[in-house]
Write a protein that binds this ligand. Structure first.
Ligand code: SF4
Length: 409
């Protein structure tokens, strides 16, 4: 046995740390759940001091994050991420019942990462009339959704009023459904088109019915990478500044990272560190969602797809580094249901949902179904030894009967 291999006493080392090292946002989430797991073992000496920090609840730094990306010992990284996940959530695994609405795929940007956006007169370009969007919201599902997830292209002609009317119209028709709408990139573009400040744009969107923002468009913050994959988008600092303003206005948001293209380990670490720093400041992020790059039908289709090893590791590193993010989501639509299921033992506590009609990743070659039935999602979660919990967008538990949907407050 290698000299660095270490076994830890379960009773003394796996409990939540009793010191004050963890951020406030996380302290309330610590679970009395006592993990039943095997001892920590590794042959990689770089992981020993990291494991000691994780046990003590001490924040990891950039060099720790880099070591986690570079080790081949995925099981040791997973052991640590699972420990943190179980401290925070026990066996609970969240999902929601949502409907995606992509009002237009017309986009002035030409991001090389994208298979969704089209020029206005290109084949396949579409823009929904408002009534069409409302019909889309109402159709195609057999149970009540609790969330509309709305993102689309940067349309050069649609007025800001269209988006305000879209949100207020949805609220009028479906007052009980949470409207999670518009990435920071879309918000910044709408502000430019409407000649408003970002703050005013967000305020008007909120007044029209937007309840929170999704996390898309963050991609990778590093300029070098952005120039290659999404040169026409706002830069990383602008994305972070827009998120900060949203949080200041009381709008929660998520955050994403698109990985598996031309970024390197340092770029990923930089991205995580910037998100963590903003979360320290605002506390407005709910969930971090690593998104595996799908190259099909994009100008980057010569790049290989991500591997299962990278997908799983990305989830685990995110859980360990983003100690102030309540939730880490394994988005089954992008990762496949099987990888997402395994990731529930590697740090993830959320599987997104019974998404209805997802377009963006399917245009980029995702071969997963466009939606998944609740029973199947629950089965996958239970088969991973976890407990499925339906949540709304704000992570309040949803209880359903044949005739009612109740959200715990
Ligand atoms: S990623 Fe978004 S902004 Fe970029 S081209 Fe696609 S739809 Fe447009």
């Amino acid at each position: 046995m290698p000299s660095c291999r270490t076994a830890w006493s379960l009773s003394s080392s796996l409990r939540a740390p009793e010191n004050e090292a963890l951020p406030d946002i996380i302290k309330g989430m610590l679970s009395s759940h006592e993990p039943t797991t095997h001892p920590f073992q590794t042959d990689d000496s770089r992981l020993q001091p990291i494991q000691e920090k994780v046990l003590a609840g001490t924040r990891l730094d950039a060099s720790d994050a880099l070591a986690l990306y570079r080790t081949g010992d995925i099981l040791a990284v997973g052991w640590m991420a699972n420990l943190v996940r179980e401290r925070m959530h026990g066996d609970k695994t969240y999902f929601n019942v949502n409907r995606h609405i992509n009002p237009t795929n017309v986009c002035v940007a030409a991001c090389r990462l994208c298979a969704f956006g089209r020029k206005k007169d290109a084949p396949g370009a579409y823009t929904m009339a408002l009534e069409e969007a409302f019909e889309t919201a109402a159709s195609g599902y057999s149970e009540a959704v609790t969330e509309f997830h709305i993102v689309g292209g940067l349309h050069p002609d649609l007025p800001f009023q269209y988006f305000l009317d879209l949100c207020s119209g949805l609220k009028q028709r479906f007052p009980q459904v949470h409207v999670k709408a518009f990435t920071m990139v879309e918000v910044a573009y709408l502000a430019r088109r409407a000649k408003l400040s970002i703050r005013e744009t967000l305020a008007q969107l909120k007044a029209s019915g937007v309840d929170s923002l999704p996390g898309g468009g963050a991609e990778i913050f590093a300029d070098r990478v952005r120039h290659i994959i999404c040169d026409h988008k706002i830069d990383g600092d602008q994305w972070l500044e827009t998120a900060k303003l949203a949080h200041q206005l009381g709008l929660k948001s998520n955050a994403t990272m698109l990985y598996g293209h031309v970024e390197n380990d340092e770029d990923r670490v930089d991205h995580l560190m910037k998100l963590r720093a903003l979360q320290d400041e605002t506390g407005g992020f709910q969930t971090f969602i690593p998104l595996a790059f799908h190259p099909d039908n994009t100008p980057l289709q010569h790049l290989p797809k991500t591997t299962g090893m990278l997908d799983i590791k990305q989830i685990a590193v995110s859980r360990l580094v983003l100690d102030n993010f309540p939730h880490i989501k394994s988005y089954w639509q992008m990762m496949t249901a099987k990888i997402a299921q395994i990731s529930l033992r590697f740090g993830a506590d959320d599987m997104d949902g019974t998404v209805i009609e997802e377009k963006i990743y399917h245009d980029a070659g995702a071969t997963t179904p466009q939606g998944m039935r609740r029973q199947e999602l629950e089965r996958l979660i239970r088969a991973a030894g976890r407990v499925p919990i339906e949540r709304d967008t704000l992570y309040r538990q949803v209880t359903r009967t044949e005739t009612s949907v109740t959200v715990a407050v």
